[in-house]
Design a protein around this ligand. Sequence first.
Ligand SMILES: *Cc1c(COP(=O)(O)O)cnc(C)c1O
Length: 483
Amino acid sequence: MQEGLLIYDKSVSGRRGYTLPDTESGETELLDMIPDQFRRNEDAELPEITEPETMRHFVALSVKNHHIEKGFYPLGSCTMKYNPKRNDAAASLKGFECHHPLAPCSSSKGLLELMYGLMSDLGEISGFDQVSLQPVAGAQGEFAGLLIMQAYHRERGDSRTKIIIPDSAHGTNPASVSSVGYTTVQIKSNEQGIIAPESVAEVMDETVAGMMLTNPNTLGIFETHCKEIAEIVHFHGGLMYMDGANLNANMGIFRPGDVGFDMMHFNLHKTMSTPHGGGGPGGGAIGVIRELGKYLPYPVLEKDDKSELFFNYDRPHSIGRLHSFFGNFANMVRAFAYIRTLGGKGVRRVSENAVLNANYLKELLKDSFDLPYAGHCMHEFVLSGNRQKKKGVRTFDMAKRMLDFGIHPPTVYFPLIVQEAMMIEPTETETKETLDKFIETMRTIAKEVEESPEMVTGAPHNTIVKRLDEVGAVRNLDVCLRS
Ligand SMILES: *Cc1c(COP(=O)(O)O)cnc(C)c1O
């Protein structure tokens, strides 16, 4: 155990951070009313420490870990951008935070207006007719979408069993497929890193319920044939699902609903300003074409004939409920604040800058590392550490070395179709100076691989913990700090 991690280590008998007034006699009487069996016999074992020492302790702990408020975080596929603090402040407004989820619609008008406004904004951004805010993660949005596909086919007496997924897809796609009882048909990306319509045509038939496609895909490349692919899938009666996790590249530029997708999920926590990582809470809203609206999870927020908002529970075709109440409301507030403060043009600028930043990095790094899919990228791109591997240094080592420079490594070893992959997503919130520092760091590491590889294979050198037993950490998950 590292010294100083436990606040108890700093405890000195008699120190106080905060002094409560002596209990007055009336209050003592109240205390006397607590039955003996509910009282503790000994004092609670609390650390005895002053207030400034307490502050310093927790601030010191917070900078031992890496986070977006400390440094660059180009974790591909995750959109780890800086999220404006004002959106957190909006989500913490008392009227939102303290509102009871069981309060009647008549006393929840402001909240319902916000949800309705967000549903309409998401519909506008994606090109879909109806939106449900209920799913609480991208993965749950996928699950909802696939249940909708299933309900749609069942209603037609059609017992299809398969879903087509590209080999570049995120792992949640096949996992969602098997969660609803379908099986995955995997197809290969071509040399340009995208799906050719012919590969879909080869496997598409009347046993396939639909196809999931991520656009831009996890290689950061735009799937230029998505319209043609949708036509093939529709021709055989299937539906098209878009994994919208990479929406940060598309906003105001490309609307999936316009090119033949039937449904998609949004990752509100990635694209629309909820700080994430560590497992939640997320927002995985879904959008669908009009024909599929009746299957959305209930209750559905609708306007009655007097234009008053209410939750409609009478939805006989609905796939059911996916989450308690109406989803993660605080994520909705942040997403709404994000969209409305940026406006239509601002939202588009986000995507343009995300794409520009990624291309800038790609162009200036492609000489130092292998770039398996050259050409224009969208908001992220994938390098390969194959050249360095030949010198005995793996991508894993280089990722650890980046920590020494105060940079979070990119996503590594994903997507699976690139050997020694490094998937880099700078996001739009970084300055040119930060991007330049990243380029310089990556070039320094590439040089070290040539000249002093042990510097890289022995990394990290400056972090509080060195190489961790990652397999052990997964098998024996114990996040409780003990001395
Ligand atoms: C993050 C991600 C998902 C899953 O979303 P969660 O909100 O983490 O469940 C799905 N697909 C892609 C491409 C992603 O990047």
